[in-house]
Design a protein around this ligand. Structure first.
Ligand code: ME8
Length: 512
């Protein structure tokens, strides 16, 4: 039976334009989706936009636009960003779609049927920026008198009739979930933080609002709209066709991986499983949260004017250099800083030199000395078999690493092999063999071509466009690019296209 894998990104708020933080989570999810597809799994990959709530309503008002028209504009921009970053999503869900509204209301009904919802009044702190309620004990007062949540978001006192979810009743079941399924969340630091939050005791959660109207009506009580997080979290089910349990895509539930930023880990590891437990719906397998990007050491914010559109970086550095940098720079799960020096260094050293030059040297020697055709596999020396063995270990090694979301380690594994290839080409010096032993030269070039094929095949999820180009130059046909195909050597004699550099060096405009 084909293995299935369902992976999601957060759905992004449409109160502003997409930036590098959004692109980051989407690229990471895309790598996982592509990796599983290439390993032979049937994959469903979901992204989309979160369009309701007070924050979006206020942003639309500030722009003087109709709420739906306002949401339409940014939703289109998020989709364009995903396309520009080659995010290979299978569906793009928008919470203002009817299919989503039906699903959110059906989940609400299920939770209500279980007795976990009651009507009361909410009185307490609310942070618009986080779309989140906070307890008195979490609020601090700044010297200027503004009160802020632990995230730094200003809070306001809210008082209104509200439906509540009996979150307090789920404390033990949540703790049991974390204990019995350590894979339920990652990385480890998050696990400790969330467990201790839940151990401190959970307050019931306000899940409807009455002071504004931009949301999904609560079934049976249209004066209330759903709290935007109740609405938003159900997107992962609406895209599959819930509440129609026989919908064909429902075979993908439970989700294998919700990838989120660490800012929203709590919503996904506390509220979401509790809603699902109440509704009697199976829980997702893993919620993994990525770390936070700063820009040249500063928090990214509109007021600082340092918000980076990933497309601007792509225009300057190329798509795959940006995708590579985002994942390579810091072990996935940790925080990192986007600075130009680091981006330039990684592009020039690791892409242009380590990998780009290796491919260019190998392929141009083949073009010049082997009639532009792939040499036959010949008699191998120990040095050759040693290198090829390292390459052949990559699929298994990386499968383990991607399974643990060790995306950066997986890249490092490939780079070890690339460095081994560079040492091999220097040691074997095929350019010198050209004059002394052409048979051996062909063997060496074939070993390098095979190693490069393995490397490029395994790097496809990270850098799809440039690895497509590299595999084409190596004579690898489109139906020979799955991981499994690596077990079958390419026939010698295939004619190869003229080699072209895949990774240009970055040259600063002023230095040109
Ligand atoms: O929270 N560094 O949407 P959102 C790393 N609609 N990742 C970042 C980042 C940064 N500086 N900034 C944003 C919401 N992100 C809700 C989600 S899901 C059911 C609802 C990424 O538009 C990160 O993944 O505020 C974060 O969790 C997400 O964008 C927040 O996007």
């Amino acid at each position: 039976m084909t293995r299935r894998f369902y992976v999601t990104t957060p759905i992004y708020y449409v109160n502003g334009a997409p930036h590098i933080g959004h692109a980051y989570t989407s690229v990471a999810a895309d790598i996982v989706a592509r990796f599983h597809r290439l390993s032979g799994a049937e994959v469903f990959f979901l992204t989309g936009t979160d369009e309701h709530g007070q924050k979006v309503e206020q942003a639309a008002a500030a722009a003087g636009l109709d709420r739906q028209a306002f949401a339409d504009g940014f939703a289109a921009d998020f989709r364009a960003m995903a396309d520009a970053m080659r995010i290979s999503y299978d569906d793009f869900i928008r919470t203002t779609e009817d299919r989503h509204k039906r699903c959110a209301q059906a989940v609400w009904d299920k939770v209500a049927e279980s007795g976990a919802i009651y009507l009361d009044a909410y009185e307490g702190w609310y942070a618009l920026r986080d779309e989140s309620f906070y307890g008195e004990d979490e609020i601090t007062t700044r010297p200027d008198g503004t009160r802020v949540a632990p995230t730094g978001a200003p809070v306001e006192w809210v008082r209104e009739p509200s439906y509540f979810f009996r979150l307090s009743a789920f404390q033990d079941r949540l703790l049991a979930l974390y204990e019995q399924h350590p894979d339920f969340m990652g990385p480890n630091g998050r696990y400790r933080e969330i467990t201790s939050f839940v151990k401190q005791g959970l307050r019931d959660l306000s899940i409807s609002r009455t002071s504004f109207s931009w949301g999904i009506p609560v079934p049976g009580d249209p004066d209330h709209v759903m709290y935007v997080w109740f609405d938003a979290l159900t997107n992962y089910l609406s895209a599959l066709g819930y509440p129609d349990r026989d919908a064909p895509l429902m075979r993908f539930w439970p989700a294998n991986l919700h990838l989120v930023g660490k800012d929203i880990a709590r919503f996904h590891t506390v509220y979401w499983p509790a809603f699902l437990m109440a509704a009697g719906i199976e829980l997702p397998k893993t919620v993994f949260s990525n770390g936070w990007w700063t820009i040249e050491g500063e928090k990214m914010s509109k007021s600082l004017g340092n918000v980076v559109d990933p497309r601007t970086l792509v225009d300057e550095f190329g798509l795959d250099a940006v995708r590579f940098f985002l994942i390579r720079e810091v072990p996935f799960g940790g925080d990192s800083d986007l600075n130009r020096r680091a981006l330039i260094t990684r592009t020039n050293v690791e892409l242009a030199n380590d990998l780009g030059n290796l491919a260019q040297r190998t392929l141009s020697l083949v073009a010049r000395n082997c009639g532009g055709t792939l040499p036959e596999r010949g008699v191998l020396t120990e040095d050759d078999t040693h290198l090829l063995a390292q390459v052949s270990l990559l699929p298994d090694l990386m499968t383990g690493q991607i399974g643990r979301m060790a995306l950066t380690e997986a890249l490092e594994e490939v780079w070890k092999v690339i460095r081994a290839c560079n040492a091999y080409i220097d040691r074997q010096a095929p350019w010198a063999l050209r004059k002394t032993d052409t048979v051996r030269m062909e063997v060496v070039l074939r070993v390098l071509a095979d190693a490069l094929r393995g490397i490029a095949t395994m790097l496809q999820p990270f850098m799809p466009d440039s690895m497509d180009a590299m595999l084409t130059q190596l004579g690898v046909q489109p139906d020979e690019r799955a991981f499994e195909a690596l077990g079958t050597p390419l026939p010698g004699g295939r004619s190869l296209p003229a080699p072209q550099g895949v990774f240009p060096r970055y040259v600063a405009p002023e230095a040109e």
